[in-house]
Design a protein around this ligand. Sequence first.
Ligand code: CUA
Length: 240
Amino acid sequence: MLSVKQLEKRIAWISLAFVVVLLGLSALAINLFHVGLPTCLTDIKPFQKGELITHSPTHYELHYVARMWKFEPEDVTVPAGSTVDIYLSAADVTHGLIMLGTDLNLMAVPGVVNYARVKFDKPRVYQLLCHEFCGTGHDRMATELHVVDMASFAAKPSPPPAAEATHPGYKVLDANLCLACHSIDGQPGIGPTFKSMYGQTQKLRDGSTVTVNDAFIREKILNPNAKIVAGTFEQDMPKT
Ligand code: CUA
């Protein structure tokens, strides 16, 4: 019969052996099977612009920005045989990024940049999804990464730079995160779309009508529940 002291010693040795075996297996997996460990890079400043940076024909750096409810840049193309360093930043709330068919699984946390390296051997289309609930548009937050053979990649004309919205009003909407809930192209969101809204006559819950003009928009922002449009609910506007 073991004394309590001997039993404690035995448990301590077994635990130590377990930790050593675990570390050994991890080292083996990293060296033998090239399993990449996701890293949290706190020394890299979070970025707001998604882009694909070419270091060499087989080495790319991909900066993904996760924002409600898309990943930027969308539909990236790289050649087969390339190594891609993926950096992930969040523009608003916490999102996740998983690439089906690979080990890539990162969190997009505001204020932090996460990193993983992926090597793409064969041509294929990869689906990327957000796996962290991030609001009403979470289920459609997805994009694709295309891996094509080197010849068709070289033949592909480089895409024109994305047209930047330069309207000063758009910049205000973007800077204040209005576009997280309101679209400008008619897409439904948490809030009504801004498309064709200005000048419309809206029916209110109390039966009266109102014209969407500067005064009404201002009141809606400052005191959103003063006049409620028929068929909608009381809503708070985020104070940014
Ligand atoms: Cu982003 Cu869910």
